[in-house]
Design a protein around this ligand. Structure first.
Ligand code: ZN
Length: 255
């Protein structure tokens, strides 16, 4: 079990003692699946672009072809990516009744692919794309097909207008129902288990505060510093897969 051992054991005890547990995940949980965190600079195709400028709703409305020339690469970079041990560990905890649900910032769909049942995607997901003109919605594989087939690289609705991925772009409002659900889950949590997030981006940044104010605890499994490190019951800085797999193993041993 290596370095993950001692901290993971304490986290396992906390999970057992302070139900219900809600997980809050960010880009760090998908890094072992080969998906770079686009907010950290100098990573792959994001090295030379400003996501705030290209992944902005105004950029989509102004010039869908330019938007898709960029966002199509994001779709391509997510193609074929598989959930990793950290995603599966959360599914296992949920299956055993030790995890009430997952709130995620990620749009990659890997929690769903792993089998998480109760999932709130506060930044949306690439699972579908929608037409802003007529409201039609299309599944990912259809959007991929149209993206590949269109000469200008813009996947289009049957009505002819450009499709927009159902992810929250910069400049867009967050999905209100998902946001309210995430806030309610954070308020009810005995432990908010924060995984792979620097907890700096709204709305995720406010959720640990909601848990703490309601009398719950915060546990963090993240390499980087977060604004909640001092308030957290514990913080594990090892590899996310190793840490969470060790937690699952510790809970198995304890029955
Ligand atoms: Zn349409």
């Amino acid at each position: 079990m290596s370095r993950a051992g001692a901290g993971a054991l304490r986290l396992a005890e906390l999970i057992r003692a302070e139900q219900p547990v809600v997980a809050l995940t960010g880009a760090g949980i998908s890094v072992p699946s080969g998906i770079p965190d686009f907010r950290s600079p100098q990573t792959g195709l994001w090295a030379n672009v400003d996501p705030m400028a290209v992944a902005h709703i105004d950029a989509f409305r102004r010039d869908p072809a330019r938007f898709w020339s960029f966002y199509g690469q994001r779709f391509a970079s997510l193609r074929g990516k598989r959930p990793n041990g950290a995603h599966h560990a959360l599914v296992e905890l949920e299956r055993r009744g030790l995890l009430a649900g997952v709130v995620t910032q990620n749009i990659d769909g890997l929690h769903t692919a792993a089998g998480t049942r109760d999932l709130v995607e506060v930044h949306g997901s690439i699972a579908t794309s929608s037409c802003l003109s007529c409201g039609s919605r299309y599944e990912l594989e259809i959007v991929r097909g149209r993206l590949d087939a269109e000469p200008d690289g813009v996947p289009r609705c049957d009505c002819g207008d450009a499709l927009k991925p159902d992810v929250v772009l910069f400049g867009e409002l967050l999905p209100e129902r998902a946001l309210m659900r995430a806030q309610a889950m954070a308020a009810a949590a005995g432990v908010l288990l924060c995984v792979g997030s620097s907890l700096e981006v709204y709305p995720v940044a406010e959720l640990p505060e909601i848990t703490l104010r309601a009398g719950g605890r915060v546990a963090i499994v993240t390499r980087s510093a977060t604004p909640y490190d001092a308030d957290a019951e514990l913080k594990l800085t090892g590899d996310v897969e190793e840490e969470l797999e060790a937690v699952v193993a510790a809970l198995q041993v304890g029955g």
